[in-house]
Design a protein around this ligand. Structure first.
Ligand SMILES: [Zn+2]
Ligand SMILES: [Zn+2]
Length: 339
């Protein structure tokens, strides 16, 4: 550790990361340059959602529980030893780190900084002391995933689904299943989510990505077409279309590649990958005007696209390039002539 006054090294680059420290979890401020730990904040966390008989700080059992109503402020946790009142005081102190003093806002700010343990504690406090909101619960799941606590996150997410969760939770759960390598489970959760909310563009986009992973090309394109309608998920859906079209192109199935690109409709001019691929396909089909037009689209979307710039330079002025000029761009043209 070093003091706040003296820099840790010549190029300090601090960022937050999370780690487990003997049964507790910690947010560590680490310098990316010298890898020194500048600050370490370790906390107990409650893996269970807040319950009247449990400690908000660590999830341990309280030594006395009322038959009904709120817990006795003097009741003590059998694990961490904090009283109900002490735990509340601790969380109040933590939330004051944020200018709004609002648990959820503070939790989101911590998540965005990468202080996942604190984000998790504050989201839990939001549920315990304010209200049980979807955002706070989702934040708990995100933080658990970030902390590598996939199994507890899945238990909580699936329990939520069983009790009727919003579509976003199916998406989070699918991500958790993918994180533990259960791709069939990912598909199952997404199908279940889509059966409860058939218009959900986020779920369709997730579904398209996982189908693309399984190389279920036509189903993936179909699913991606739903994602395209949402500005929020359009880029991800376009990437699915691009990936599948690229795969067809790499197998010399140009007609299928063109058909795949058509699925992007009017949005195909918004994807560098699709524009660049369409230019290459046009060149392989010797449609030079078409190729030039798509190279220009590529360069509009990504002015630093070197290959597209070189290719356009070779096509303008209007001279058809000779196929003997080597690999790269010209290689595709040669392939199309040979094949
Ligand atoms: Zn440093
Ligand atoms: Zn406790």
């Amino acid at each position: 550790m070093s003091s706040a006054d003296e820099p840790c090294c010549d190029a300090p680059d601090p960022h937050w990361e999370s780690r487990e420290v003997v049964g507790r979890f910690a947010d560590a401020l680490v310098c990316k340059s010298c890898r020194r730990t500048l600050k370490l904040e370790d906390w107990a966390i409650s893996l269970d959602l807040p319950q009247p008989e449990r400690c908000t700080n660590c999830g341990g059992r309280l030594d006395r529980v009322p038959y009904s109503g709120p817990p006795d402020p003097a009741a003590k946790c059998n694990d961490c030893g904090l009283s109900v009142a002490d735990a509340k005081k601790l969380h109040k102190r933590l939330v004051r780190l944020h200018p709004t003093g609002d648990y959820l806002e503070a939790a989101k700010a911590c998540r965005d900084l990468g202080r996942l343990v604190l984000a998790f504690k504050l989201a839990t406090a939001q549920i315990a002391y304010r209200s049980d909101t979807i955002e706070a619960r989702e934040l708990r799941l995100q933080a658990l995933e970030g902390l590598g606590l996939i199994e507890p996150a899945l238990v909580e997410a699936k329990d939520w689904i069983d009790r009727g969760a919003p579509a976003s939770v199916f998406s989070i759960t699918a991500g958790l299943e993918a994180a533990r390598g259960n791709l069939d489970g990912t598909l199952d959760v997404l199908r279940l989510g889509l059966s409860t909310d058939p218009q959900n563009t986020r779920l369709w986009t997730d579904y398209a990505e996982i189908l693309a992973h399984f190389d279920e090309r036509e189903d993936a394109l179909e699913a991606a077409s739903y994602g395209l309608s949402s500005p929020e998920y359009r880029n991800r859906a376009l990437d699915v279309v691009a990936l599948i079209a690229e795969t067809y192109e790499s197998e010399d199935k140009l007609q299928q590649a063109v058909a795949a690109v058509q699925r992007a409709g009017k949005f195909k001019k918004r994807s560098v990958r699709i524009a660049w691929l369409t230019a290459r396909i046009a060149a392989r089909l010797h449609q030079w005007e078409e190729a030039k037009a798509w190279l220009r689209v590529t360069l509009e979307l990504d002015p630093s696209h070197r290959e597209a710039r070189l290719a356009l330079q070779r096509l303008v002025p209007e001279v058809e390039p000779k196929p003997s000029n080597g690999g790269g761009w010209l290689g595709w043209m040669r392939r199309s002539k040979d094949g």
